[in-house]
Write a protein that binds this ligand. Structure first.
Ligand SMILES: [Zn+2]
Ligand SMILES: [Zn+2]
Length: 103
């Protein structure tokens, strides 16, 4: 199963196409933009409490058979926050000072 390349930031809904260098994901593929991760989430995923990493960019060219963004297409299902902004702020405040590897 391939990484699910989600089309938008869950917080600000900006488009994050598969070649975007701004996409950030947690280990469960929750997807946000770099700005929201830095300024709103403080590197705390509001869904799981984990940290974020840059989302790898799937190659646009088919270097190996079947393994490119046109053969393994990104998701088109937009995902939106499932917690309130107040809840997320409190959640991040509680967790952000713990390094992701210690959470
Ligand atoms: Zn965003
Ligand atoms: Zn998460």
């Amino acid at each position: 199963m391939a990484l699910e390349l989600r089309p938008n930031c869950e917080w600000c809904d900006r488009d994050l196409p598969p070649d975007s260098p701004l996409a950030r994901i947690c280990s469960f593929e929750c997807t946000f933009c770099a700005d929201c991760v830095a300024t709103k989430l403080h590197n705390v995923c509001p869904n799981c409490g984990g940290g974020f990493a840059p989302r790898p960019i799937r190659p646009s060219q088919e270097w190996r058979p079947g393994l490119c963004v046109t053969k393994r297409q990104p998701s088109t299902r937009r995902v939106h926050l499932s917690h309130s902004e107040g809840d997320i702020a409190a959640f991040a405040a509680r967790i952000k000072d713990i390094a992701p590897e210690d959470r």
